[in-house]
Design a protein around this ligand. Structure first.
Ligand code: ADP
Ligand code: MG
Length: 257
């Protein structure tokens, strides 16, 4: 290929925003000559590189926008350690049908049993499958909504939590919620009811939600909407964090002894 037409082609690909094709052009052109490739095979090979690259970048960008505190995968989950987590139920959720059906997932249990790991694992899968996801702790979400009142951005901030196909609300119950906070949470849950999925994690059972939210009527209305179409995991068991710590202490004691 003449240098001039090669450079024009390269520039055209860049202008058309096909960077992977531009990057692979040289090596593909050489391969095409040495393998006596047809024009169609040459072009379809280059296009499939561009599609793969766009797909990869899409997943990366969705994962970035989801704002996970750390990346975890469901394949890291040790079912042997946490037998109260039904493997079939979690694997069924990994099919992500619950997102298409606008259903919720409630992950309840004491600290360290893997609630956040399960939430992030499902969230990452959803990003890989093309869904828009947002991860937030309840506290973070309420503080964004509270400060939005000062600059009149409440409606747009509310949309941030209402629009994603999957909203993960982590750590409900660790910190008490003000009356206004309970009201904000109710608005988000009510707006998403039957229109978008929520994964919610809590260390508190329903009986204690009235106390957390400072209002048993709001708590009951919230619970009603969350529970209506949902899969619930009531995780009982030891903290994975403490297990690691305990094993460390035992090793140290053995060394000393
Ligand atoms: P929770 O949100 O219930 O407090 P986390 O999901 O934050 O618990 O889990 C605490 C730590 O232990 C994390 O590093 C997590 O990856 C790990 N962990 C918890 N449960 C399991 C499990 N069953 N298998 C593997 N790692 C686990
Ligand atoms: Mg957690």
């Amino acid at each position: 290929m003449a240098i001039e037409s090669y450079e024009n082609l390269l520039m055209g690909l860049k202008k058309l925003r096909l960077p992977a094709m531009a990057e692979m052009l040289d090596s593909y052109a050489k391969q095409a000559v040495s393998n006596n490739m047809s024009y169609v095979d040459f072009l379809s090979g280059l296009i499939s590189e561009e599609l793969k690259s766009k797909e990869r970048k899409g997943v990366e960008s969705r994962i970035r926008s989801a704002r996970f505190p750390v990346l975890k995968s469901l394949s890291d989950f040790d079912y042997g350690f946490q037998p109260s987590v039904n493997r079939k139920k979690l694997e069924e959720l990994s099919s992500l049908r619950f997102i298409d059906n606008k259903e919720n997932v409630l992950l309840l249990g004491p600290p360290g049993v893997g609630k956040t790991l399960m939430g992030i694992g499902l969230g990452v899968k959803a990003c890989e499958a093309g869904y828009k996801v947002l991860f937030t702790t309840l506290n973070e979400m309420l503080s964004v909504m509270t400060s939005s009142l000062a600059d009149n951005s409440f409606t747009s901030k509310c949309r941030t939590f209402v629009c994603p196909s999957l909203l993960i609300i982590d750590e409900v119950g660790y910190l008490p919620v003000s009356k206004e906070g309970a009201n904000f949470l109710f608005q988000v849950v009510a707006k998403r009811y039957e229109t978008g999925s929520i994964i919610l994690t809590s260390n508190k059972s329903f009986a204690d939600w009235g106390e957390v939210l400072g209002d048993s009527v709001v708590a009951s209305a919230l619970w009603n909407r969350l529970l209506h179409h949902s899969t619930v995991f009531n995780i009982k068991g030891e903290s994975y964090r403490l297990r690691e710590k305990k094993a460390e202490l035992v090793r140290e004691e053995r060394k000393v002894g």
